[in-house]
Design a protein around this ligand. Structure first.
Ligand SMILES: *Cc1c(COP(=O)(O)O)cnc(C)c1O
Length: 380
C-alpha cells in the first residue's frame, strides 16, 4: 500500500499539503543510489515551491549534508532561520559580502565574477569558499573553455593571497534525464579534466560534482564526491518511465464550495466553451490560474474526490473552476475536498499536468503559489 498524504477532512481554501516524511524518504532513496557521495539537497525557488526551510530540515533528516540554492538571498534566508550546514549558491551576481560573512559558498562562472568575489572577500576580511562551475557543454553558466586557464590562474593567485579557498569544481548536465546519452560521457571527461588541471596547478578541490537527480539515480560514474538532487526530493519523475520508489511530496487540493444543478444546454464559465449536454450537477472549486491551475488545462483535466474522478469543464478562471459531477451529483457535497494532483486515491500527478501542458513537473510544482495555503505533515 502506498502511504497516502493525510488530507484533513475539510479545507477552507486551496492548499498544498507538503509531506515532509516523503522528503526524508526521497533523500534516503537518492543516498542509497549514491552511497559513496555526499548529498546536496537542492532547495532553489523555495524548494521547488514546497517551502525551503521545512524541506531543508526534512532533507537533512534523510541524510543530506549540504544544501544548494540559486541566489544568495535564498541562502541567507536559510542561515537566518538557523541552518548551519554548508550551503552553496551558484547564480548570484551580487550580495557576495553578505554571503561570505554568513559562510555561504559561492559558485563562480567567469574570471570577472571571481574578481568580484575576491574583492568582497577582502572587504569582509575572510576568504570566500568557492566552487568553480565549469561549462562542459550545457552552454549556460559555468566557465567557458576559452576562459578556463585564466580562471584557474586567478584561483591559484587568490588562494595564495588568502582571499579564496577553492573547495569545489562542478558542472551541470545537458542530458541528465537520458541516462544512455553519450554526451554524459563527454561532460564527465571534461569535468574530470578540469578538476585534474586544477590539482596539477596546486588547487585542492574536495568536492567535484555533476549529478542532478536523474544522474544521481542512474549514473554512478557521475557521482564524484557529491550529488545534487532536486526533483527527486520532491517526488517528481527524474527519468521518464523509470520508478525509483520516490514519494510525491506535494498534494494540491481545494474544497468544493458550491454544488448546483444545471439544465441541458446551460453554458459554463467565460465564453461558454462547455455546454451541459444533459441535465447535470456541477461543483465550484475556488482555485484558478493565479494559484497554479493553468488556464490551458481548461476542459482537459480531472480532479479526484473521495477516490472518484470528475472532469473539469469550461474555462479555468483566475480564481475558480467548475467540475461536472454528473446527473446524480456523484455523492459530492459542499465542503468535500477535491485533489487536483498529488498523493491521493485516483489523483493525477504533477507530471500528468506537465504532459497535458507540454511542460515538466518542475514547472507545475513551482507554479503553485500566492494564495495557496501550505500545510505540512511530518517532522518540521
Ligand atoms: C536545479 C539544479 C539541480 C537539481 O536538478 P534536478 O533535475 O531537479 O535534480 C542540480 N544542479 C543545479 C546546478 C541545478 O540548477
Amino acid at each position: 500500500m502506498p502511504v497516502m498524504t493525510e488530507i484533513p477532512g475539510r479545507l477552507d481554501r486551496p492548499t498544498a499539503h507538503i509531506d515532509l516524511g516523503a522528503v526524508t524518504h526521497n533523500v534516503q532513496v537518492v543516498a542509497q543510489h549514491a552511497p559513496t557521495a555526499e548529498v546536496m539537497a537542492v532547495l532553489k525557488a523555495d524548494a521547488y515551491g514546497h517551502g525551503a526551510l521545512p524541506v531543508a530540515r526534512a532533507a537533512l533528516a534523510g541524510g543530506a549534508t549540504e544544501l544548494g540554492v540559486t541566489t544568495v538571498d535564498e541562502a541567507l534566508a536559510l542561515r537566518d532561520a538557523g541552518i548551519t550546514v554548508p550551503i552553496l549558491s551558484w547564480l548570484s551576481t551580487s550580495g557576495y559580502e553578505r554571503a561570505i560573512a554568513a559562510d555561504v559558498r559561492l559558485g563562480v562562472s567567469s574570471p570577472r565574477q571571481l574578481a568580484e568575489v575576491v574583492a568582497a572577500a577582502r572587504s569582509v576580511g575572510r576568504p570566500a569558499v568557492v566552487h568553480v562551475k565549469v561549462d562542459t557543454g550545457l552552454n549556460r553558466n559555468g566557465v567557458a573553455p576559452h576562459e578556463w586557464a585564466a580562471t584557474r590562474d586567478a584561483l591559484v593567485e587568490a588562494e595564495r593571497a588568502g582571499t579564496v579557498e577553492l573547495q569545489g569544481v562542478f558542472t551541470h548536465l545537458a542530458h541528465g534525464d537520458e541516462p544512455e546519452h553519450p554526451f554524459l560521457d563527454v561532460q564527465r571527461e571534461a569535468l574530470a579534466a578540469a578538476a585534474a588541471d586544477a590539482r596539477a596547478h596546486g588547487l585542492r578541490p574536495t568536492r567535484v560534482h555533476a549529478a542532478n537527480s536523474a544522474a544521481a539515480l542512474t549514473r554512478p560514474d557521475l557521482h564524484f564526491d557529491l550529488v545534487r538532487p532536486g526533483i527527486a526530493i520532491y517526488g517528481g519523475i527524474p527519468v521518464p518511465g523509470r520508478d525509483f520508489g520516490l514519494r510525491q511530496v506535494m498534494t494540491f487540493a481545494a474544497p468544493v464550495i458550491l454544488v448546483k444543478p444545471l439544465a441541458a444546454g446551460d453554458g459554463v464559465s467565460y465564453g461558454h466553451t462547455w455546454i451541459a449536454p444533459r441535465d447535470t450537477v456541477v461543483g465550484l472549486i475556488p482555485a484558478g490560474y493565479a494559484d497554479g491551475v493553468w488556464r490551458p488545462l481548461s476542459g482537459r483535466f480531472e480532479v479526484a474526490i473521495g477516490g472518484r474522478r470528475f472532469p473539469q469543464v469550461g474555462r479555468v478562471c483566475m480564481d475558480q473552476f467548475v467540475i461536472d459531477l454528473g446527473p446524480d451529483g456523484g455523492g459530492v457535497t459542499e465542503g468535500d475536498t477535491a485533489v487536483l494532483f498529488g498523493d491521493a486515491p485516483g489523483a493525477d500527478r504533477a507530471s500528468d499536468w506537465g504532459e497535458l501542458l507540454g511542460t515538466i513537473d518542475y514547472e507545475v510544482l513551482t507554479a503553485v503559489r500566492g494564495r495557496v495555503a501550505r500545510e505540512y505533515t511530518g517532522e518540521r
